[in-house]
Structures are given as structure tokens and as C-alpha cells.
Design a protein around this ligand. Structure first.
Ligand code: DC
Length: 226
């Protein structure tokens, strides 16, 4: 009588900075009517809260406590921290770099685990980050590892910043991306790596629609047991 309920489906999309995970994950979630988790935003929120509280970015005990008690709310496309709209602020390079540093601390990662898993709600979830398929949702229905060359990623980030009216230098962006890749891949806890059961998708030279279609095709094949 105790028939096991099928788990809520999860599509895990991991990959390096600026590989297009955010856009792709949101579009896939929209197409399927699934919830969406931007796990990087959680690390960025902890970094912002730490900067605001003047905490050292290596004070693991204080940062883990901060992560645990974080008053964060995700409403549509808006992200709130302690009642303040920080949607744009957390996208700054300072928050990105800070996030990359605190993300190397095991107790901070541990403190954010339950919060990430709570996003798994019916009818399903598309979760993007660095360790969605390897740590947070190991039983995900589909795992995708989205890559693109560093040059293409730097170019995309440059265009995004320009569109927002933010001045940027492509060489600096490329250097910062490589630094972040290096730190995210070399850390000892949950490093950026492809899950053994993930499918790799190199988006260099592909358009957004093509990538979304590929992820949806893979998901439908999985669900159909193909
Ligand atoms: O995806 P993003 O650039 O917003 O992520 C910001 C930083 O957070 C990134 O440098 C690495 C870290 N991060 C992580 O360690 N694990 C995740 N699941 C998501 C992000």
C-alpha cells in the first residue's frame, strides 16, 4: 500500500560563468511551466549581505550563520534581501567575485543546501548553478553541462553590460572569467565539474532557441524512457 510517490522532476543545468545557464534555464522552465532556481543568486546574496555587514569573506563561521538566516525572497524576476530590492546589485562584479570566494567554504554551501532543495515543488524544477547535478539534486531527471569558450562567454557578458549602460573592458572581463573558472573548478568542495551522468552541451556558435530546444528534446526523451 505504501507505493512510492514519483519524485518531483528536476532538470539540473550546470556550467561555468556566463555560459548562458540563466537564460536557458529560465526559458526551459517557462516552456514546461516549472519552477526555476538560480542557485548562484543565493551565493551572491550571501556575499552582498557579508559586504553590507562588513564581514570578512573568509570568516566561515560568521558567513555560514549569515547564509542560514538569510532573509531572501524570490518573486518573479525580483530578488529581495531583508525587504530591499537587490536584483541589480547582486549582479555586480564585486558580488560575483565575493560569491565565488565564499562558495569555496564548505559550511556556507552546507547552510544553503536545504534552501535550494526547498525549490523542488510540483510540477517540476529547473535548477542552474555549478553543483546542481553533482551535489544538490543528484537524482535529477536530466543533467546538462552547458559550456562555451571563454572568449564567447566574455563577449556575451560584455554585450549584457553594455546593454545595461555599464562600461566594461573585454580583456578585463576575460581575465576575470578565467580567474573565476579557475577558483570554481579548483576548490575542494563541490567543484565545478560535469556529473558522470550529465550531457554536455557546447553552446559556442549556437543560438538560444537551438539550445533550449536541445534541452527540451533531451528531457522529453528521458521522460519517455528513451
Ligand atoms: O552563476 P553565478 O555567476 O551567479 O554564481 C556566482 C558564484 O557562485 C560563482 O562564482 C560560483 C558560485 N556558485 C557555486 O559555487 N555553486 C552554485 N551552485 C552556484 C554558484
Amino acid at each position: 500500500m505504501t507505493e512510492k510517490m514519483p519524485a518531483v522532476p528536476v532538470i539540473a543545468i550546470d556550467g561555468p560563468s556566463a555560459s548562458g545557464k540563466g537564460t536557458i534555464a529560465q526559458r526551459v522552465a517557462e516552456a514546461l511551466g516549472f519552477h526555476y532556481l538560480d542557485s548562484g543568486a543565493l551565493y551572491r546574496l550571501v556575499a552582498l549581505a557579508a559586504l553590507q555587514a562588513d564581514l570578512g569573506l573568509d570568516d566561515e563561521t560568521a558567513l555560514a550563520a549569515l547564509a542560514k538566516g538569510l532573509d531572501a525572497r524570490f518573486g518573479g524576476t525580483e530578488i529581495m534581501l531583508s525587504g530591499q530590492n537587490v536584483t541589480a546589485e547582486i549582479r555586480s562584479e564585486a558580488c560575483g567575485m565575493g560569491a565565488s570566494r565564499i562558495a569555496a567554504l564548505p559550511r556556507v554551501r552546507e547552510a544553503l543546501l536545504a534552501r535550494q532543495r526547498a525549490f523542488r515543488q510540483v510540477p517540476g524544477l529547473v535548477a542552474e548553478g555549478r553543483d546542481m547535478g553533482t551535489v544538490v539534486f543528484v537524482d535529477a531527471t536530466l543533467k546538462v553541462f552547458l559550456t562555451a569558450s571563454a572568449e564567447v562567454r566574455a563577449e556575451r557578458r560584455y554585450k549584457q553590460l553594455k546593454e545595461k549602460g555599464i562600461d566594461a573592458n573585454i580583456r578585463t572581463l576575460l581575465r576575470e572569467l578565467r580567474e573565476r573558472d579557475q577558483r570554481d573548478s579548483a576548490r575542494s568542495v563541490a567543484p565545478l565539474q560535469m556529473a558522470v551522468d550529465a550531457r554536455e552541451l557546447d553552446s559556442t556558435g549556437l543560438g538560444i532557441d537551438e539550445i533550449v530546444r536541445q534541452v527540451l528534446d533531451w528531457y522529453r526523451q528521458k521522460v519517455a524512457g528513451l
